[in-house]
Ligand binder design. Sequence first.
Ligand code: HDD
Length: 713
Amino acid sequence: MKKQENKKQPDTDKIADLKKDYKDKTGKPLTTNQGLKVNDTNNSLKSGERGATLLEDFLLREKITNFDHERIPERVVHARGSGAHGHFELYKSMDKYSKAGLFTDTNRKTSVFVRFSTVAGSKGSGDLARDVRGFAVKFYNPEGTWDLVGNNMPIFFIQDAIKFPDLIHSVKPEPHREIPQAASAHDTFYDFVSLSTETLHNHIWVMSDRGIPRSFRMMEGFGIHTYRLINEAGKSHFVKFHWKPLLGVHSVTWDEAVKINGADSDFHRRDLWDAIDAGHFPEWELGFQIVPEEDEHKYDFDLLDPTKLIPEEMVPVIKVGKMTLNRNPENFFAETEQVAFLPGHIVPGIDFSNDPLLQGRLFSYRDTQLSRLGSPNFHQIPINRPIVETHNNERDAHMQTSIPKGKTAYFPNSIGGGCPHLSKISEGAFHTHEERIDAKKIRTRSESFSDHYSQPALFYRSLADWEKDHIAGAYTFELGKCTYPHIQERMLYHINQIDETLAKKVAEGLGLKIPKKIDQPVNQAIGADADVEKHQPGKKKIYLEKDPALSQANTRFESIATRQVAVLVADGFDMKAYKSMKNALEKDGAMPKVIAPHGGTIKCDQKMDHKVDAAIATTESVLFDAVYIPGGKKAVDALLKEAKFTKFVNEAFKHCKAIAADGDGERLLDNTFVKENKKDNAILINAKPEAFKKAIAKHRNWDRMEIAKNIPV
Ligand code: HDD
């Protein structure tokens, strides 16, 4: 991740296009929407100084009417999100697989707009909910816009789009009292999950650390469905899309997530904005997992089943290019709120598969924009407008902003010279891959979709001990919030099918026994006339012992760029130690922040003033990745008088973060639980800054976990 000067970023094609709609009010007079200059926007027109307001007051009416209608419906899912602009560059031509321009032209800088989101919460909910994160990318191509609308997990909860309303109704706040907000830990969700065993794989991912990322910039992204790539010769390959963050995949702990939501519920939104603003542009590599058509049936799972991933051990990810996000939006509503992603937006060289979840999505996303953005003309909103001209015979409708010329709006026509005219495939027209189909029309689920335990078990087996421990904690917490013992037991039964040790731990936490069997069939994902027994999930299969790519223990740990380091100081702090640490951290892109007993400025031992970034009363330990105490006798005496500094260090220690202290700084550590644990790898006392930096790059010292659990903060 390179630090770059934000202002110097050249405009992408899409930014140049958006600039046509920028409105800059600097130095401009206030006018009505008709351009009339205004001399008073504070007082309405009245019948006398103390009289009633007059209906004539068009200024009042325009201002209030606009205000009354400011809100649009929030997204029915993924309501809370944050967006950024950037570009995608290809490493080398992938023409063997795809004829899409963005996968063949290495000279191209494809404009992108990305929106990250949580799923269940409303627009104003906290960023640190335990949830899936949306990862939606809009590629503005000269051949038309392609949307890759994915998540930060490689699989989905359900196998057929027709179940999506049920899934979402079960996780959203319960309908009678609209509780809980942005949380899956409640009765209806577990009722649904325990009866729909296809959900168990995505569910265990949500219970893992992937459900509480440290940053949007430190998440993987996945297209999830199997798509097709089509080359110039018309040959199709199956493909799964992956986004790999250059900063690695990192998460916070549940205790932090809960506290971050209170301390800064915009934590992820702020993190993304600030990083881009500071020139630390987040980057992801795009990867393909390619499966030749002839291998479609060679796996123990069905490629069309979106609850299954293809282990990277079986099909490696080929890195094909890099996406960089380097510009924040100008206006949240105009861009991030109004952007509309549709999995059906496709370009030649890419095509859909028959995944029944994807097929249903192809309907839902266009449909939802009609109530959210209000008109089929939503594609004319600047952020949704393609970078190429569009022409067709669709006409009129609400908020038509273009002025199509001519007499004809139909095809074929001769009056309009046959225009807009059709294009041949050789001229770039989209052509659906001609798949041979010989089948009955039937409402059912393929039996090849019935293996529901093998992949959650593979995921769990592939994790490090600390990750497994976090999962046990998450299940215990979530099921502990479920008030029906029969649902808790049904869940325990399923967890036991995934892993017996895990089930035992969760059962202990819940104070329940693991049932040996469940009386009624559990997979209710099928219709009333179906053979219920046939669709019961079979026992887990082990076709691969472990897939290292599934564990965050095997991610990248090289960089400390953008890591927030709290520097705890008071008047008289040791400037020499501070400067040397600050310079060392900043050299590698970390961001030291001065935290002091009060705001404004603070004096070092050289009597110089230093700007305070946050008074201790206004910040919390959970907002930082590491802590440094530079020392200085007088300063540490002052820090010891303020209990929140001690709490700050104890919390950082509990959350397994790197902590460094120089000189007298050690006395603050001696007032905390660090005192008994100075041999810890990520506790650095009078150590070289390099050692501290190494510990920060490791993200957390999970070896401390057992001790950390007993820290009562
Ligand atoms: Fe969806 C939004 C991702 C299944 C129906 N979805 C939405 C967004 C993301 C995803 C990232 C937010 C886009 C944005 O930032 O504006 N959804 C997924 C993934 C799925 C998935 C990765 C499975 C692999 N979704 C899915 C199904 C349906 C929907 C099966 C309906 C049948 N999704 C919607 C929606 C939303 C949406 C209701 C709400 C707002 C929007 O579309 O534009 O249409």
